[in-house]
Design a protein around this ligand. Sequence first.
Ligand code: FAD
Length: 453
Amino acid sequence: MEFDYDLFVIGGGSGGVRAARLTAAGGQKVAMAEEFRMGGTCVIRGCVPKKLMVFASQYAAAAKEAKAYGWDIRMGSFDWPSFQTRLKDELTRLEGIYTKNAGNAGVEIFHQRATLKDPHTVQLADGTEVTAKHILVAVGGRPFKPDTVPGIEHAITSNEIFDIPELPKRILIVGGGYIASEFACIFNGLGAETTQYYRGAQILRGFDDEARGHIAELIADQGVDLHVGTDVERIEKRDDGLWVKATDGREAIFDVVLYATGRKPNTESLGLEEAGVETGRNGEIIVDDFSQTNIPSIYAVGDVTDRIQLTPVAIREAVAFHETVFKGNPTKPDHVAVPSAIFTQPEYGSVGMTEEQARDERPVEVYSAAFRPMQNSFIEKNERVMFKLIVCAETRKVLGCHIIAPHAGEMIQLAGVAVKMGATKEDFDATVAVHPTMAEEIVLMREPIRVHA
Ligand code: FAD
């Protein structure tokens, strides 16, 4: 059978663009549809704008600390519109690069929505139908708000936060995941009165318990009014702002209510049923180890498969898809020991297992140290950093590494190589310290603070 394309990719985000570019560069005929903006969540309303806001939010504290170090600094105020203009320009620049690179590789881009019609046919929003030998679904996910909360229409999500016209004086962030916690630190740093409600007992569910407690303490010490075990009961729009009643009876007025309570795969009305593609309970596309769905011509990568929702993982899955389908080299994306960072202030970087996961499986030794680093003790700033290693008592391998410190994201990328290679505690110990640094602690911890037999 003749097809219009060798590959049709739905979704121009991290995963989709990488797969399309590689495949087109390899000489195949490739098309891609993107309904919003090229670059996807990461570039347009995720990692990139968020990290730029993290940078913006750190200067007030830095200026305050600079004073303690002897600098005569007069603090001005933060100009949200001027930052926002630069931010938008930067995103447009990156979007242009994504579009250009895909085009240069030979990808034909349709700037419109696409849906599946059958295992080899894609329907575009303008009514055009095209066929492809292989279809890759890389439509990502979207934030969702619980429709059970009265007044929820007044709340926004991370999709809208970068476009708010002015910096809120009072913001409520609902949620306890990494996105909610990062935005709490961002707005607190920018000078907004920041409140965070999370219905669970502790923020950052799924991460190491000791690290979760440490981060929660630091967030609260910085000035975020953090309430765990608390949810929103109702929201009302009033003359002086958004009135919010919480489940613990607390009432307060906010200028912005930001919901960051989870994301859903973008699979609604995508034609998956028509094409016969199986989905899971949350709407995610079910794939095998090679990202292939139950329909042999249709593959899916990235957030839409709800495996690990991170940009570099979507990209790795796309590369593995390309190797498998177009290079005759069946490749499984590797989801083991994926390092990641939470850009709270300070950051939390982790790789491998949490203490709780590891001790359920085998005997482990836990090495952990929390202390005030030199830069903070000099100015009597209380913030402590934390370094933690989880070591298998039998093989001596480091199963998990957790770092809470300024630039922990940068540190964990490097520590991640050692953990991924299967380094033992003795390999860490044999490495000479870099002095004076915070990170030297990672090779200096001699005695376990806990042993789980
Ligand atoms: P996406 O990047 O979401 O791309 C999917 C694309 O498909 C979108 O552009 C969408 O418009 C398009 N699309 C959807 N349906 C259709 C259709 N029917 N037709 C045509 N186009 C369609 N990850 C990290 O690694 N580090 C971080 O620091 C980080 N921070 C984040 C912060 C926030 C606020 C958010 C929301 C996410 C963050 N992420 C981070 C996660 C990261 O953005 C995602 O894991 C990544 O973008 C997933 O890539 P993807 O290709 O699966 O999907």
